[in-house]
Write a protein of this length. Structure first.
Length: 144
């Protein structure tokens, strides 16, 4: 499949696909006329990139994993992969805990507003928001 159809199928901008190719994350075949031909292996790789991006993997981390995927399976390769996964699992765990606390804060604020008790409890809400801020600031939550 050519780049336009590939882009449309996965809802990824053509420029992004070209960038992934430039960075070595995608390797489409080239036809005699110079057009790129994206096959199943490209589709599988793009699916992996999309999923990993959703999990907040950086392109550098995705590139590392892609490189490890192409190497011979060795204890060192396995350890490098496990290390990357452990880091990401901790980041996801931290984010889940942050969102759980955020949900509790929003639920409390909603309840207080519904019961018209917001004013007298504003200090508690501010304290909870301060806690959320400190957690997000310390855990490097992304703002983009």
């Amino acid at each position: 499949m050519q780049i336009k159809a590939f882009s449309k199928k996965f809802n990824v901008p053509i420029d992004t696909i070209r960038y992934y190719e430039k960075e070595g994350l995608l390797q489409p075949k080239r036809l005699e006329n110079g057009y790129r031909q994206y096959d199943e292996s490209c589709a599988d790789q793009l699916k992996m990139i999309i999923v990993l991006k959703q999990l907040d993997f950086t392109l550098q981390e995705i590139y590392q994993l892609s490189g490890l995927k192409m190497e011979q399976i060795t204890p060192e390769c396995n350890q490098a992969t496990v290390s990357i996964f452990n880091q990401k699992l901790q980041q996801i765990t931290d984010r889940i805990e942050f969102y759980q606390h955020a949900m509790q804060t929003l639920e409390m604020a909603k309840q207080l507003i519904q019961e018209e008790k917001y004013s007298e409890n504003q200090m508690i809400i501010n304290q909870s928001v301060e806690e959320l801020f400190n957690r997000s600031h310390l855990k490097d939550v992304r703002y983009d």
